[in-house]
Design a protein around this ligand. Structure first.
Ligand code: GLC
Length: 742
């Protein structure tokens, strides 16, 4: 019997794939192939395709379900995550394809967020490169290594805008800005999916976490999200939309509620907005057990109702919750659920499996020889080094204490300097660290053992000060002091919110003591969120934000410290002076009482702290200096079908060649609703030789000025605008123009 069924599915697949005569388009042929499989499926098998279970190879959520092998064999589970290697996925795929009744191949999902084996900087770090080519390359290499290791689906890009440094998952995103976040989302989708999902080195992208997961109250993970629809549509939605427009074929519904409805039960989010308005054609998978969690949310009384709410909202696949598996069949048989809804979900999932070419070649991702050849390939490690260097942000460099000179006597202090695991950050997927070189290893290699002394000084957390005396004694003998401090890698990422964003433990206390030696002190930061560096910024002569820079992070830090690479990164999230300023972001509103320093009373301000952040969005220094001049407009009148060009002259006045991210912002002075004081509308990362000048031009068109107006329609309004160009969101040249409508 089994053989007969398998043969009939095979026949159907061959017939539909070869019978191209009467099928006009790829889309139609795809639909026909999907329908031909659905016709053979039982209700249980259909529901099986809507089930996603974790293997026991990795833990990315609450308690594990066991026994998934039998579920695959019985057709009750059509998708697995957290399983990898060509060998293991082949074993599971073989069960699905050769032992289940219909042989429908499995999807293999994994959190390949910033690398699979070769790990790139955490996403927040990568975003600070403002380099879309580098970011796409990172996603491409991640896809190639994941695909070589049996994975055909990544749960990335994370597109959650956030202005909440208390929230540990800012480490996984692209910062606070919708325009930059959208470009980065596109680069990552292109990197993961390539030009053709059927390519054996492409993997399915997954836009997450839909939606607005990055705005949890009080920065506490999984907490309530509540915002105006206009803020949601103008600020939080754009990166998700951009990723979908870029062709991402899966979306993950988020844990949080939005406007009182958990995302996995929100018909507005998953059907009306995602499918009807945005035209999304792929499938929706929930986040980990988020259907079950709707009972805790209090939107349903039990899991039976949760499953019904989810499928009617537009959820196609249940991650790890077993709700669909347990209840959908009875709900269909009891007439509570129209089987058409199940058919629609199964159709979307099978369509993606066909697009991945899994039916024609289910073992295409299970090639052990290819895995051995591609994982940790030298060119991949090179790419990781390149992106890591480009992600680093120079926050301070008093008296040009950096770059270090080869041969200088350096003492390196801090537990993080000797750590390799911390270099990978959270969501390291299958990345190994036992073979990696730490930062101190690389500095010694570069500068010679005899010129470098290392001592831990203190731990990255805790109150143990016993290492202080040795650190101070060794520092006395050095020309310069390098302290590598920050957060443990587990202090950001999922379920890692903090009520303080200061550097943990006694690291800063040791920095204070080292500062009394009156030697140059360079701080290298390893962290997954904006930190309150108000004290460190007064103590350190130089501060290099290195994030968690990945497999090649130690070498990247070394090459930046010694000037082999001139740092070019710019912050994509505001660094506050204190947590008390949060939420703080550059696109704030002016308010009715904006602070003008000449008369601060009765103005929107604090009595104990300036309003401005320590380091603003877009900020980053270089070993060079860049001077902006001659901001000009091609016209001061922008008509509704016209455009204008804004240009500025940038000169590298420093002694070294370097890169600069030239940023263009606008302000709509009067709107039918109040408008932000600045909005990023363009940027260009340029390379200037020492002494070189270049005129950079930005083209401004009316569509760039659109927003959700008073009546919630999306469009522009005539009036006056300011235009700013500079090397960050604070230090800018400005000019004016008007938008007119005939
Ligand atoms: C986690 C995360 C999500 C991840 C998923 C699978 O809970 O929220 O980002 O993709 O589970 O590991």
């Amino acid at each position: 019997m089994k053989k007969y069924i398998f043969t009939s599915l095979l026949f159907v697949l061959i017939f539909t794939s070869c019978n191209k005569s009467n099928i006009s388009s790829t889309e139609e042929r795809l639909d026909q192939r999907v329908d031909s499989v659905i016709k053979l499926m039982t209700l249980e098998e259909k529901i099986g395709q809507m089930v996603l279970y974790t293997s026991d190879w990795d833990v990315t959520g609450p308690t594990l379900k066991s026994g998934y092998l039998d579920d695959i064999r019985s057709g009750n589970c059509g998708n697995i995550f957290n399983a990898h290697t060509a060998k293991y996925t082949r074993k599971l795929q073989k069960i699905a394809v050769e032992e289940s009744r219909l042989g429908i191949p499995l999807l293999f999902g994994y959190d390949v967020i910033h690398g699979h084996k070769t790990i790139f900087p955490i996403s927040l770090g990568e975003s600070a490169s403002w380099d879309m080519v580098a970011i796409e390359k990172s996603a491409r290499v991640s896809a190639i290594e994941a695909a070589a290791s049996g994975i055909n689906w990544t749960f990335a890009p994370m597109c959650d805008i956030s202005v909440e440094p208390r929230w540990g998952r800012v480490s996984e995103g692209a910062g606070e800005d919708p325009y930059l976040g959208s470009l980065i989302a596109v680069a990552r989708v292109h990197g993961f999916q390539g030009n053709d999902l059927s390519d054996s080195l492409s993997i399915l992208a997954c836009v997450k976490h839909f939606a607005a997961y990055g705005a949890p109250l009080a920065g506490r993970d999984y907490n309530t999200v509540d915002m105006s629809k206009r803020v949601f549509l103008d600020t939080y939605l754009p990166p998700y939309k951009a990723a979908i427009d870029a062709g991402a074929m899966s979306v993950m519904s988020s844990f949080n509620e939005l406007d009182g409805i958990p995302a996995s039960g929100s018909k507005y989010l998953l059907t009306d907005l995602l499918r009807t308005e945005l035209g999304f054609k792929g499938f929706v998978v929930t986040d980990y057990t988020s259907i079950n969690e709707m009972v805790n949310h209090g939107i349903v009384a039990n899991e039976v109702d949760a499953g019904l709410l989810a499928i009617k909202a537009g959820v196609d696949m249940d991650m790890q919750g077993e709700v669909y598996f347990k209840y959908l069949k009875n709900q269909v048989n009891e007439g509570l659920l129209d089987v058409k809804l199940i058919d629609e979900s199964v159709r979307r999932i099978l369509k993606v499996k066909f697009m991945l070419d899994l039916f024609d070649d289910p073992y295409k991702y299970c090639n052990e020889e290819r895995e051995k050849r591609l994982v940790y390939a030298p060119e991949h490690l090179e790419a990781a080094l390149d992106v890591a260097k480009k992600s680093m942000v120079l926050l301070k460099n008093e008296n040009n204490v950096l770059p270090l000179q080869k041969g200088e006597k350096i003492v390196v202090i801090g537990e993080l300097a000797a750590s390799t695991r911390d270099l990978l950050g959270s969501w390291k997927a299958a990345g190994d660290w036992d073979f990696m070189k730490s930062t101190i290893d690389e500095i010694k290699l570069y500068n010679g053992e005899s010129n470098v002394i290392y001592t831990e000084g203190c731990k990255k957390m805790g109150e143990d000060r016993s290492g202080f005396p040795a650190a101070i004694a060794l520092a006395r003998r050095a020309d310069k002091i390098v302290m590598v401090i920050g957060e443990d890698w587990e202090w950001s990422g999922e379920a890692a919110s903090r009520t303080s964003i200061k550097i943990p433990g006694v690291q800063t206390e040791l920095l204070e003591k080292l500062k009394t030696l009156n030697k140059p002190v360079i701080v290298v930061l390893m962290n997954g969120r904006p930190l309150d560096l108000s004290k460190e910024s007064t103590l350190a002569d130089a501060i290099l934000e290195a994030w968690y820079p990945g497999t090649m992070g130690g070498k990247a830090i070394t090459q930046v410290l010694f000037g082999d690479y001139n740092p070019s990164g710019k912050l994509t999230m505001t660094f506050p002076r204190t947590l008390g300023q949060v939420p703080i972001f550059y696109y704030e509103k002016n308010t009715g009482r904006p602070l003008y320093l000449e008369n601060p009373k009765y103005k929107s301000r604090y009595i104990d702290c300036p309003n401005d952040p320590l380091y603003p969005f877009g900020f980053g220094l270089s070993y060079s200096t860049f001077v902006y001049s001659d901001i000009k407009l091609s016209t001061s009148e922008l008509t509704e079908n016209g455009n204008l060009e804004a240009s500025v002259n940038v000169t590298n006045t420093g002694g070294v060649d370097g890169e600069e991210v030239v940023q263009c912002y606008i302000r709509d002075l009067v709107g039918s609703v109040t408008r932000p004081v600045k909005e990023l509308k363009g940027f260009e990362k340029i390379y200037l030789k020492a002494g070189e000048s270049k005129v950079i031009t930005f083209k401004i068109t009316p569509d760039m000025l659109a927003f959700h107006r008073l009546d919630m329609t999306y469009g522009t309004e005539p009036g006056d605008f300011k235009l700013f160009i500079g090397g960050n969101s604070r230090d800018v040249k400005e000019t004016n123009f008007a938008l007119s409508v005939q």
